[in-house]
Design a protein around this ligand. Structure first.
Ligand code: UGA
Length: 455
């Protein structure tokens, strides 16, 4: 009845966005999770977390074609009832900063259990970000051991990294710029390619499918996230250079650099550094992996170091501007790791708060348009989280712009002057017109110091 039946094992951003997009194109999807509440929500057509466009898509599927997307609490059954299984589990960072593959391992076991009971060829696709060797030596091996079946004969194995950015997951799923297929053998890769030819149709005219071995595909994902992190740390390094010369502006410098046709201006915005569940985790994971193989990466060490230092640097700038901050009320504008999400994972605001507390600056008020709840959980009573910009700025002696939400972009120097006790502002994301703010406020910005100012 359905041309394709796909099981999605793991219902986070990648899993659920893929599931909804597939179902919308008449692919029968059986998702699976061990979380009862989440499964119920998915079956009710409700998105269990916020991601732009996902709720609408799930609602539409529920109303028009409810059979196309269901969620079970039984991964074995979801594998048995489908032809392709995609592993979309999280691969968090361990305490020692290496990759935690335990969810991948247990999912591989569940697939093995299912394939033991199944006599038809089945394709297993790893979509999670995993260090080279995981698909073959962990997933393939465990399935073989548990099921007694042979990869290449009884089941196929692919590794297809995802490149979704939070807030754009649906768009990135529907319109990727390339599809990378790592394959155990040609048959596995061809089956996955045919699936995507069916799913993407004409979009493939502008989206190449690259086929390679499993380990190369695993490394492509790290190649991307490490390069994007490198670009950000590179821009931040140049922000520090720019601050050595009054009048030099890192934003102009990076624009000049980025317009070189070999570079691209994207991800060259200097600021308080990168956050989120991916860059930090992935750079650390591949660094730990290479070290375990006898190669120590100096580049990745530097990228992480520069990133961490930006949080210290913004506090230094604030103290240069406003004097010693201990005992003063400080405002953080923006707490989530980027605009458009309430995700606090590895958010730069956490590093900034830790630095402030280290310097005994404890009267900290934070405001974020979306992350009141998640930030509340993250910070506990370390900072006071308020519900409006007004409250956050009231009587404050120094404001630090941490996340570039649109509602902060419309603030004028007068808005800070009116509300704050002393209008000291540090622009940690370069969203304010420098000349105007510098002439009307006590103002500093990452990557630029004023001609009138000596460091
Ligand atoms: C990132 C990648 O962009 C995705 O391609 C990848 O699939 C995903 O990780 C993943 O591995 O799952 P994401 O973490 O959602 O996506 O967010 P980004 O938009 O990449 O931003 C990450 C951080 O970099 C944010 O804190 C952002 O503020 C910061 N950033 C970004 C900068 O500081 N400067 C820039 O120029 C760009």
């Amino acid at each position: 009845m359905y041309k394709y039946k796909v099981s999605i094992l793991g219902t986070g951003f990648i899993g659920l966005c893929s599931a909804a997009c597939f179902a919308q194109k008449d692919i029968k999807v059986i998702a699976s999770t061990h979380d009862k509440e989440k499964a119920q929500m998915i079956n009710d057509g409700i998105a269990p977390f916020y991601e732009a466009g996902l709720a609408e898509m799930m609602d539409e599927i529920k109303n028009n074609k409810p059979d196309l997307l269901t969620c079970l609490l039984d991964p074995v059954k979801s594998v048995i009832d489908t032809d392709i299984s995609m592993i979309t589990q999280g691969t968090p960072m361990r305490k020692d900063k290496s990759i935690d593959l335990s969810f991948i391992e247990s999912t591989a076991r569940e697939i093995g259990e299912a394939l033991k009971k199944k006599n038809k060829y089945h394709l297993v696709v790893v979509r999670s970000t995993v260090v080279p060797g995981t698909a073959r030596n962990m997933v393939g091996k465990i399935i073989t051991e548990v099921s007694g079946k042979q990869p290449g004969k009884d089941f196929g194995l692919c590794m297809q990294p995802e490149f979704l950015a939070e807030g754009r997951s649906i768009e990135d799923t529907l319109y990727p710029d390339r599809i990378v297929i790592g394959e155990f053998d040609q048959k596995s890769g061809s089956m996955l390619q045919e699936f995507y030819e069916y799913f993407y149709g004409d979009h493939l005219k502008k989206c190449p499918i690259l086929r390679m071995n499993l380990e190369s595909a695993e490394l492509v994902k790290y190649g991307n996230n490490c390069l994007l992190s490198t670009k950000i740390s590179y821009a931040n390094e140049f922000a520090n250079f720019a601050e050595l010369v009054p009048g030099v502006d890192v934003a102009q410098v990076m624009k000049g650099v980025g317009l070189d046709y070999r570079v691209s201006p994207k991800f060259l915005n200097a600021g308080v550094g990168f956050g989120g569940s991916c860059f930090h985790k992935d750079v650390n994971a591949i660094k730990a992996w290479s070290k375990s193989k006898g190669y120590t990466s100096r580049l990745l060490e530097a990228i992480l170091g520069i990133n961490d230092d930006q949080a210290i640097h913004i506090v230094d700038i604030a103290e240069q501007l406003a004097g010693k901050l201990a005992g003063k009320k400080i405002t953080l504008l923006g707490l989530s790791f980027k605009p458009g999400t309430d995700d606090m994972r590895e958010a730069p605001s956490i590093r900034v708060v830790n630095e402030l507390l280290k310097r005994k600056i404890s009267n900290i008020v934070g405001y974020d348009p979306k992350s009141k709840e998640t930030a509340g959980k993250e910070f506990g009573n370390k900072i006071k989280i308020v519900g409006t910009i007004d409250e956050a700025l009231k009587d404050s002696e120094c404001a630090l712009l941490i996340t570039e939400w649109d509602e902060f972009k419309t603030l004028k120097p007068e808005d800070f002057k009116k509300r704050m006790k002393t209008p000291n502002l540090v622009d940690g994301r370069r969203i304010y017109p420098y000349e105007e703010f510098d002439s009307k406020l006590n103002f500093r910005a990452i990557g630029r110091i004023s001609i009138k100012q000596k460091k």
